[in-house]
Design a protein around this ligand. Structure first.
Ligand code: CP3
Length: 337
């Protein structure tokens, strides 16, 4: 047995207890993170390797998590495509894409995608304990394009759905450029010490199955296949995409992360000995405090076979989450098989 629980779970091997990490584990629910953010903007933190490493490691100093996820954002690599953006708190794109000419003008060759993320990964890796796994990540092409075209987060992202109907060839060209950028970005992260890659397709749920086959499937297949040679497990995370989960699971991936709307135990029985499952406690439950968190976490764990289960929330931890609720999760993980 490898002592890295996350890698064991992704390889569907036994563990002494299930691995746990939490999406957005370095973030605003931690007073020490808020303190750093009083002095520095989100961009300053994510683009300064010492600061990014410091906040990445903050949750691991408090909680016995099995993994650390590097502090950056899904839109961080877009800088290499000459896209300017900021955060408030979500991404704001300076010149949103609204015509094919802008897509033609985007580069399709990149020298180094994000050297500062590589530097942060190396710093964090040197501080991890032997049982902790370093996760690299990025956004899936569709989810990145949703921000690029809408310009910011917006309910149901109508701009990209309109663009798909007006300029289908141009959207394919954008998704291809984003896939190539992502492949290079993931390879850089692997070279700098990432042991797992998680791809966030947060806005996948906007599409029908047929549109998913057009806009998402070929690009994800291209990315995941390009990473096969590096032998690094890939986890795909989706949100609000119950109707698409089974199609994602046909991709050559090691793990699937889903939000709380999905019945994880049913999904696991369909995938047995094939793909690990990650999730999926509703992050809002943690707001109710440690006792209620424990009750719901125990119920979740009891419904899922520990082999190939990675404990996580169904989406990012909320900024007003009590620290005690996170301690309660760790306690449950250690006590329940
Ligand atoms: O701890 C971690 O999980 C690693 C760091 C991380 C961030 N963003 C830092 C961040 C990761 C993995 C992401 C992924 C990300 N970013 C996704 C995919 C996951 C998801 O949420 O579905 C998406 C869609 C984004 C885009 C984004 N960035 C949004 C929507 C927001 C605002 C949301 C919020 O929580 O307010 C951001 C900003 C952002 N990215 C913050 C953090 C810690 C908050 C910034 C702050 O401190 O003010």
């Amino acid at each position: 047995m490898n002592n890295k629980r996350l890698l064991n779970a992704l390889n569907l091997k036994e563990n002494d207890h299930r691995p746990i990490w939490i999406m957005r584990q370095a973030g605003r629910y931690l007073p020490e993170y808020r303190k750093v953010r009083e002095k520095y903007s989100f961009r300053e933190v994510s683009e300064t390797p010492e600061l990014a490493a410091e906040v990445t490691l903050q949750p691991l100093k408090r909680f016995e998590f099995d993994a650390s996820i590097i502090f950056a954002d899904i839109i961080t690599p877009l800088k290499a495509m000459n896209i300017n953006f900021d955060f408030s708190p979500g991404p704001i794109i300076e010149n949103p894409i609204n015509n094919p000419r802008q897509i033609d003008a985007l580069p399709d060759k990149f020298y180094e995608v994000a050297p500062e993320v590589q530097a942060s990964l190396k710093l964090v890796k040197s501080e991890l304990k032997s049982h902790q796994t370093l996760i690299g990540f990025g956004g899936a092409p569709w989810t990145l394009a949703a921000y690029l075209i809408q310009g910011k987060g917006q309910k149901d992202f109508p701009a990209i759905r309109r663009f798909a109907s007006e300029h289908p060839e141009s959207l394919q060209s954008l998704l291809t450029k984003l896939s190539d950028l992502s492949i290079q970005y993931f390879k850089e992260q692997i070279d700098s010490g990432a042991e797992v890659i998680q791809i966030f397709d947060s806005w996948a749920g906007l599409l029908s199955i047929k549109d998913w086959q057009t806009w998402i499937q070929p690009h994800l297949l291209h990315i995941v296949s390009a990473l096969k040679a590096s032998n690094i497990p890939v986890i795909l995370f989706l949100q609000n995409a119950n109707h698409l989960v089974e199609y994602y699971c046909e991709l050559p991936i090691s793990g699937i992360g889903v939000d709380w709307r999905v019945d994880l135990s049913k999904l696991q029985s369909k995938l047995k000995d094939h793909i690990a499952v990650q999730g999926n406690l509703d992050p809002a439950i943690l707001l109710a405090g440690p006792e209620i968190t424990k009750k719901y976490a125990i119920n979740l764990l009891n419904s899922i076979d520990p082999k190939g289960h990675i404990m996580n929330l169904g989406h990012g931890i909320l900024p007003n989450t009590p620290i005690e609720s996170v301690h309660a999760l760790i306690e449950v993980i250690k006590n329940e098989r």
